[in-house]
Design a protein around this ligand. Structure first.
Ligand code: PNS
Length: 160
């Protein structure tokens, strides 16, 4: 069984994330989508809200579990038996941070856990959760960035 973990903040999940999840689920037997519960960082959605949004967005893919984690990713990856971390790369600007993170994770896991990068589909190369939040905060149209259900939840946050 080949198991991978796809970690992130997913605040909120975008079509770019869904594309990476869909493609990863075809490569691996099991995919754990793991939402970081980062108490130090303010997020638009609570960790439970983010987990539920992702579950709903990928409900038709059956070899996926959606969970939250705290602390070091490599420790959590070991706990769920995943020896591959998936990350999406949008552009060269992502590369430096992602390279540093993958090398840190390789060191922390004594080389047991590999990071595999999937290049983001060109349709979503510009897209990020922070762009979605910013556009929505000004009342802009986010329907091309996130699912209908997620868009509604995002707008609701800014109505309050
Ligand atoms: O979607 P993001 O915010 O770019 O994801 C970053 C994430 C959550 C994958 C990363 O910050 C993470 O795993 N943090 C947990 C702490 C950790 O393991 N740090 C060591 C690697 S630098």
């Amino acid at each position: 069984m080949k198991s991978a973990i796809y970690p992130g903040s997913f605040d909120p999940i975008t079509y770019g994330h869904i594309d990476i999840i869909t493609r990863s689920a075809k490569i691996f037997d099991n995919l754990t989508v793991a939402v970081l519960n980062n108490r130090a960082k303010h997020s638009l959605f609570s960790v439970d809200e983010r987990v539920n949004m992702i579950k709903d967005a990928v409900k038709d893919i059956h070899n996926i579990s959606v969970v939250s984690y705290e602390g070091l990713l490599v420790n959590y990856a070991r706990e769920v038996g995943a020896n591959v971390i998936i990350r999406g790369l949008r552009a060269v600007t992502d590369f430096e941070y992602e390279l540093q993170m993958s090398q840190t994770n390789a060191k922390l896991s004594d080389g047991d856990i590999e990071t595999i990068f999937l290049n983001t589909d060109l349709r979503y190369a510009y897209l990020s959760s922070s762009t979605v939040r910013e556009v929505a905060s000004f009342g802009g149209d986010i329907s091309k960035f996130v699912t209908k259900e997620v868009a509604e939840l995002v707008y609701n946050k800014y109505k309050k």
